[in-house]
Design a protein. Structure first.
Length: 148
């Protein structure tokens, strides 16, 4: 990927079927042209902080929004969120937790760490597609991020 290619969405999702549904919903509604999917927390941190396989990109060329699952292999989603929000280079990136966890402790900790939104994945296929479409519309079209 070219350093100058703007990533609109970083999707951090270990479930291949959930990732595929999210991609379909976003592309069907023409909400994002450049979506990067990573499947674990370590890979997410490598992408965000431009290291490892992603060392050819710039940390400052961050995605417009990160859709983050919490229950991830290697590095937990809460640890990914903690790293993003504690680094001045990345703390401005909107992060939306998109997870199956309804645990109050996960919700509270996510907000304490600075998450911008917490969405519990709908189990129903059609509702999941609508939820992802609505997320894409809000964060990519309606939300006005600061110019950095």
């Amino acid at each position: 990927m070219s350093e100058h290619t703007e990533v609109e969405i970083l999707l951090v999702e270990d479930s291949a079927s959930d990732a595929e549904l999210a991609l379909r919903a976003l592309k069907k509604h023409h909400l994002a042209n450049n979506i990067v999917v990573v499947t674990d927390g370590e890979e997410a941190l490598d992408f965000i902080f431009a290291r490892g396989a992603f060392s050819n990109r710039s940390v400052e060329n961050h995605p417009k929004v990160i859709l983050l699952d919490l229950k991830l292999p290697k590095v937990d989603g809460l640890d990914v969120l903690r790293a993003i929000k504690s680094d001045p280079r990345t703390q401005i990136i909107p992060v939306v937790v998109l997870t199956s966890s309804k645990q109050e402790s996960d919700i509270v900790e996510s907000y304490r760490l600075g998450v911008n939104s917490y969405i519990v994945k709908p189990v129903d296929f059609d509702k999941f597609v609508v939820a992802v479409r609505d997320l894409g519309m809000y964060w990519l079209l309606l939300n006005q991020p600061p110019k950095v």
